[in-house]
Design a protein around this ligand. Structure first.
Ligand SMILES: Cc1cc2nc3c(=O)[nH]c(=O)nc-3n(C[C@H](O)[C@H](O)[C@H](O)COP(=O)(O)OP(=O)(O)OC[C@H]3O[C@@H](n4cnc5c(N)ncnc54)[C@H](O)[C@@H]3O)c2cc1C
Length: 189
């Protein structure tokens, strides 16, 4: 059984994985490869990075997550079931993974949330009016379900990669702090 399973390896999920894996928790990411950031030919608004393609930013995050010790699976999660120990996740190819903590970082894909009984509304921070957020959750990513976190636009935040990355990192830090009982702070020398 894993400590942390992250569903969605885009900007927010990749960032969460870097932090939970670096914090010493066994971490896996399952990603179906459709991050919105792949549509961005050049980003100029990721602070500290003058310009980068969306795909490069994504690939860098994946490499950082792997270097921190995370596992990475390509595929699609079909269902999430809560049990006594945490959560069990089944992929469309039948593979099953179990974890104490789950982070849902699926952005535009909301079917898993609906199956878990979350209600959705329009995320009014996105002008199109087509993007959803989860009702009744907290902006720190926590939800009505124990040890299940939701990131980024689905948490009602704005559509900016730096915000997605920051939210994923913040959730990662919260999970490591909760699991270890010590406030987690990652400061390199
Ligand atoms: C056209 C366009 C231009 C943009 N330009 C900019 C810009 O210039 N600057 C900027 O800061 N931001 C920009 N953005 C926004 C940026 O792309 C998002 O803020 C960011 O990608 C959100 O990160 P995320 O992790 O929430 O979602 P994503 O990066 O979209 O990642 C979600 C991931 O979850 C996966 N997934 C979904 N369902 C499942 C499932 N059931 N099982 C497994 N995996 C699943 C998807 O395949 C995807 O990889 C732009 C977006 C678009 C669409």
């Amino acid at each position: 059984m894993l400590d942390v399973l992250i569903i969605g390896g885009g900007i927010s999920g990749g960032s969460a994985a870097i932090y939970t894996a670096q914090g010493g928790l066994s971490t896996a990411v399952i990603d179906s490869g459709k991050s919105q950031i792949k549509q961005v030919s050049k980003l100029f608004n990721y602070p500290g990075v003058k310009e980068i393609t969306g795909s490069e930013l994504l690939e860098n995050m994946k490499e950082q997550a792997l270097a921190s010790g995370a596992e990475w699976y390509e595929g699609t999660v079909e269902s999430i079931d809560q049990n006594e120990d945490g959560y069990s996740v089944i992929m469309t190819d039948g593979k099953e993974l179990a974890a104490k903590y789950v982070v849902i970082a699926t952005n535009l894909q909301t079917s898993l949330l609906e199956k878990l009984g979350f209600e959705l509304a329009v995320n009014e921070k996105v002008p199109s009016g087509k993007i959803k957020r989860v009702l009744g959750m907290n902006q720190d990513g926590t939800t009505k379900l124990p040890n299940l976190y939701i990131t980024s636009l689905l948490a009602g935040l704005s559509s900016q990669s730096v915000i997605a990355a920051g939210h994923g990192a913040s959730i990662g830090i919260s999970i490591v702090s909760k699991e270890t009982g010590n406030t987690y702070m990652w400061h390199d020398k």
